[in-house]
Structures are given as structure tokens and as C-alpha cells.
Design a protein around this ligand. Structure first.
Ligand SMILES: [Ca+2]
Ligand SMILES: [Ca+2]
Length: 279
């Protein structure tokens, strides 16, 4: 009986140890499985994260490639269809025309008005880029020919459509202040203008200036001579500006303000809000 008594506790102990061992094995395997799970989860997460990132990158790459393949400066704007509007400008927010003077004065010392310069009402702007160029599409309220016809009547020598101030590094500490808005940090100014030949045939130009102004560093293109840089179609102007000239590279973030000529309010009112864009 004593033996049995002794055996019983032993066998209980054995069972207890065995159960503990089984629990431990289950627990360990559970832990191992758990840690594996965690590891594999991390791995999956990592892969998923990578995957989440990858398609975006691929998508972007595809998008950029698509854009690169499709934006051609040829006056056909179909390739802009999927590019979102960068800036919506109000229609009818400008004076119809600005009086022109040749600088001569009347007997009262007032400038003599010699003509009219009809303003070009911008309604929207799209911006996109590829590895080499920044592309801009300007939409006007009316066909360019209508504006040209009105200006032709007054033998207007051309004029400005609008201008962009560009903060090429998106840093207000570098660059210069815009005179009217007092906004800081701009290194480049891009002007879209209308040029005229002696026969009053109008063409579209752009010029890119450095700020502070240095004429020797001006980069200029005209739709008559540089058909791969500027093209027009009805009420659209499309342009390509080399990133190298803007001193920016693909993927960089820039800040832009735009002002159309002939605004009804003050010069400062003519400017859009600041738009920050990764190009
Ligand atoms: Ca407008
Ligand atoms: Ca800057």
C-alpha cells in the first residue's frame, strides 16, 4: 500500500509533468507559430507596403510615360484630357480692354489715348511635365482670333496675357518678393504674351526671366518660329518650357502664383492664390 501510495503521487507527478510538457510544447509551438506569424505578417505587411507603394510608382511611371508620350505641342489638345485643372480662373473678371497711349500729352498734361489693347480672359490653366519639359495649357474665354481681330482694329502692338511667378525650390527664404502681393521666395517669372509683326499678324510668345531681372538670362519662344514650344488652337495655348531653363527637375515641388492682365481689381487682386505642386 505504501508503495502504491508512493507510486500514485509519482504517477500523478509524471502525469503533471507530462501535461506541463504538453502545455509547454503547445505554448512553445504557439509562440513559435505566433512569432513566425508575426514575422511573416511583418513580411506580408512589408510586401503589402511595398506592393502598395509599387503599383503607385508603377501607375505614376505609367502616367508620366503616358503624359510624356501624349503631350505634344501641336495645337491639338486631346492629350490634355486626363490632366486635372491646375488653376480655375474666373471668366469675365478682367476689363475688356486697356487704353493705350504713345506717351504724348494733351494740353492738360494728360496722356493722349491712341488705341485699345483688348485683354485675353483666362479661364483655366493645366500644368504637367515629363523629364524634360513643363507643359502649360492656357484656356481662354474666347477664340484667340476674336481677340486678335479686336486688337487688329486698333493696330494694337500685342500685349501680355498673363504671368507666373515661380518659386523653384518652394522656399520663401530664397528668391525675391513679388511687388504687389508681397509674397516672397520667387526665382523665375514666366510671361505669356502676344506679339505682332508689322502687318498685325499676331502670334503667341512666352519668355522666362530670372528674378532679380537680368535680360541676358531671358529665355524666349514664339509660336511662329518655335512650333515645338508653343501652339495655339481656337481658345487654347499650349507651351513647353524646358525644366533646365526653369532650373527645376522632375519630381521637385514648386510654388506658383498666376496673374492675368487686365484684372478689374488692384494689381495684387489679379494674382491667384499660391499653388504648391510637385511636378
Ligand atoms: Ca479670367
Ligand atoms: Ca524660393
Amino acid at each position: 500500500m505504501e508503495r502504491l501510495k508512493l507510486r500514485e503521487p509519482r504517477s500523478y507527478t509524471c502525469y503533471f509533468i507530462l501535461i506541463l510538457l504538453i502545455i509547454e510544447i503547445i505554448f512553445m509551438s504557439g509562440c513559435t507559430e505566433g512569432s513566425l506569424d508575426n514575422e511573416s505578417n511583418n513580411e506580408i505587411n512589408k510586401i503589402q507596403t511595398d506592393k502598395d507603394d509599387e503599383p503607385k510608382t508603377v501607375e505614376n511611371k505609367e502616367e508620366f510615360t503616358k503624359i510624356k508620350e501624349t503631350i505634344t505641342i501641336d495645337g491639338k489638345i486631346k492629350d490634355w484630357a486626363n490632366i486635372p485643372i491646375f488653376l480655375q480662373d474666373e471668366k469675365g473678371d478682367i476689363e475688356e480692354y486697356t487704353n493705350v497711349t504713345d506717351g504724348s500729352l494733351d494740353e492738360n498734361g494728360q496722356f493722349i489715348i491712341t488705341g485699345r489693347s483688348y485683354n485675353y480672359d483666362v479661364v483655366s490653366i493645366k500644368i504637367t511635365s515629363d523629364d524634360n519639359d513643363l507643359f502649360i495649357l492656357v484656356e481662354l474665354a474666347d477664340d484667340l482670333e476674336k481677340y486678335f481681330d479686336k486688337n487688329r482694329e486698333y493696330k494694337t502692338k500685342g500685349g501680355m496675357i498673363g504671368k507666373f511667378y515661380v518659386d523653384i525650390d518652394n522656399k520663401k527664404e530664397s528668391g525675391e518678393e513679388e511687388l504687389f502681393t508681397k509674397l516672397k521666395g520667387f526665382e523665375k517669372k514666366l510671361v505669356i504674351a502676344v506679339s505682332t509683326n508689322p502687318d498685325y499678324e499676331y502670334s503667341i510668345s512666352y519668355w522666362l526671366d530670372v528674378i532679380p531681372f537680368d535680360f541676358s538670362k531671358r529665355y524666349e519662344k514664339n509660336s511662329d518660329e518655335n512650333i515645338n514650344f508653343i501652339a495655339v488652337s481656337n481658345n487654347f495655348i499650349e507651351m513647353a518650357i524646358p525644366l533646365e531653363e526653369l532650373e527645376i527637375s522632375k519630381g521637385q515641388t514648386i510654388r506658383i502664383i498666376f496673374s492675368e492682365k487686365g484684372n478689374k481689381g488692384t494689381f495684387a487682386d489679379a494674382f491667384s492664390e499660391e499653388i504648391v505642386k510637385r511636378i
